[in-house]
Design a protein around this ligand. Structure first.
Ligand code: NAP
Length: 276
């Protein structure tokens, strides 16, 4: 089969910065799979048509990033549970009969990175999640599935945190607080799923909320993780992880879905780590 027959892509806007082509190409080389992986820069108004053209022209799978994850979920005819819980998709797969399946690998990628690469057993933790956007939704469900004892969600727009906790529907384990109402609370895991590191803003959170030996995880990586890392360091974090490993793991989950083989993510992570 020609390389063109194995056609994959990532859709977004902007998309030129995306590491997905490099990651998927490296996975494919590792496993001896021939594929073409392109970036497709498209505005929200043209997204659904561009995806339809891609699959009509023989595309087999697509990754989707901002700002299209909810639109990707909406255009698919079949939805996995991971996508349905979040209401957004980062992985689209061609099915027989021209149908498209929507899936979301953000939550599984996050858990795999934190538990396998960073060797943190999530069971029994009191976790604080900052943010209630698309990535935060995926991470919230994944943290609960992985066995955290409690999950507290705070968000700049509190209604979005409340909506997420309501959708989860486990009030004994998962609840919300106001961003400025955390005094007196204590967590041993703080996960930043806001875009503050990218868009700007500050982590005006009391240092006392991080328990001794607490872990901090930032979904951002590279220079975008500097601001949360600054807060975490000042709060005395025992261990800090950024989101580079999550990026590689969520890509591996999509890759495995499409190709039926799981790549070894460590060499790709190590390569990217030299740059970020
Ligand atoms: P999103 O849906 O746009 O959500 C953004 C979140 O950040 C919302 O909760 C928003 O609060 C909050 N926020 C933005 N500016 C803020 C500010 N100045 N102060 C306080 N909160 C602020 O984005 P997303 O898709 O969830 O992505 C969130 C971050 O995760 C991004 O930086 C993205 O790059 C990263 N991410 C990383 C990976 C990975 O593989 N490592 C995967 C997915 C996402 P409001 O609700 O109040 O607007």
């Amino acid at each position: 089969m020609s390389a063109e027959a194995h056609r994959y892509a990532v859709f977004g806007q902007p998309i030129a910065h995306s590491l997905s082509p490099q990651i998927h190409t490296a996975f494919a080389e590792q496993l001896g799979i021939r594929l073409g992986y392109e970036t497709i820069d498209v505005a929200p108004s043209g997204f659904a048509d561009a995806v339809r053209r891609f699959f009509d022209d023989g595309g087999l799978g697509a990754n989707v990033t901002l700002p299209h994850k909810e639109a990707a979920f909406a255009l698919a005819q079949q939805h996995t549970e991971d996508a349905s819980r979040v209401g957004a998709a980062n992985t689209l797969t061609a099915l027989v009969g021209g149908l498209v399946q929507a899936h979301n690998t953000d939550g599984s990628g996050f858990v795999r990175d934190i538990t396998e690469r960073h060797a943190l057993d999530l069971r029994g933790h009191d976790a604080l999640l900052l943010g209630a956007g698309g990535a935060a939704k995926a991470v919230a469900w994944a943290l609960l599935d992985a066995g955290v004892k409690t999950l507290t969600i705070v968000n700049r727009t509190p209604e979005r945190a409340d909506a997420l906790a309501d959708a989860i529907g486990e009030p004994a384990r998962c609840h919300t607080r106001y961003w400025d109402g955390l005094d007196g609370e204590c967590f041993d895991l703080v996960v930043n799923a806001t875009s503050i590191g990218v868009t700007g803003g500050s982590f005006d959170l009391p240092m006392s909320i991080l328990q001794d030996h607490g872990t901090c995880y930032d979904l951002c990586y590279g220079t975008a993780s500097a601001s949360f890392k600054g807060w975490a360091t000042a709060a005395g974090t025992h261990y800090f992880c950024d989101g580079l490993g999550m990026l590689v793991e969520q890509a591996a989950d999509a890759f495995e879905r499409w190709h039926g083989q799981r790549p070894d993510t460590d060499p790709v992570y190590d390569l990217l780590r030299q740059r970020f």
